[in-house]
Design a protein around this ligand. Structure first.
Ligand code: 5RP
Length: 220
């Protein structure tokens, strides 16, 4: 089955988890684009959205959905976002689209994190997808050397600048056996803005588009 159909299926299934009012947290990526399009069909039901990227903000506004500054929104009931990988504990790798910092901020500021993806994103061990790490540009080489010490092979994402004006190192060759610990270790490196492991704040619900329809995994 076409991957886009599975992404759209997961995105539309997420509508059932939305509150009946307030502000909705919205992530970034091709799966989230399907979610934003679906959100437009119920836009009278909520006040607006707090967005994790300029790209998502533009798409939301194009649908006539108000984009609200997170500082003005308070705690959000629900955040919906995609992922590059998830394990069965709903610990994620995110940042393939480079929006990991704002995504982590909105996830932290939300009561419930609903992750939407096609079934190919479910893995046993995180790390097959190169781990994105957002870095302050002047710290790039130092951080890369520290990441090599942790067993990775960092590669600069050429020609890419984040919405925050920083750069991304994509770290290859990792097999992340203890995601929460590894997240904290990378966070300790001076110059790292955000590491794309979402393990200390995992998703609460994972909706996977599949040939059999949406499969839902929830944390106990
Ligand atoms: C962006 C992200 C995305 O959620 C992740 O890359 C998944 O993208 P897609 O839905 O296009 O597969 O973390 O920074």
């Amino acid at each position: 089955m076409d991957q886009n159909i599975l992404k759209q299926q997961a995105a539309e299934a997420a509508l059932a988890y939305l509150p009946h009012d307030g502000i909705i947290g919205v992530g970034t990526g091709s799966t989230v684009n399907f979610f934003i399009d679906a959100l437009a069909s119920i836009k009278g039901r909520f006040e607006g959205a707090a967005s994790s990227s300029e790209a998502s903000s533009e798409r939301l506004k194009a649908h006539g959905i108000q984009v609200v500054d997170l500082n003005a929104a308070g705690e959000l009931d629900v955040y919906v976002d995609g992922a590059d990988e998830s394990n069965r504990h709903l610990q994620l790798i995110k940042g393939g689209g480079g929006a990991l910092t704002r995504e982590k901020i909105i996830a932290a500021a939300s009561k419930k994190f609903i992750c939407i993806a096609d079934q190919s994103k479910l893995v046993d061990v995180l790390g097959g997808f190169p781990l994105p790490v957002e870095v302050i540009p002047m710290a790039r080489s130092y951080v890369a050397r520290e990441l090599v010490k942790l067993g990775g092979r960092p590669v600069l994402r050429e020609g890419f600048t984040t919405d925050n004006g920083n750069q991304i190192l994509d770290v290859h060759d990792l097999e992340i056996m203890e995601p929460a610990r590894f997240e904290m270790m990378v966070n300790q490196i001076v110059g790292v803005v955000t590491v794309g492991i979402f393990a200390n704040r995992p998703a609460d619900v994972l909706i996977l588009g599949s040939e059999k329809g949406p499969q839902v995994i929830k944390l106990d």
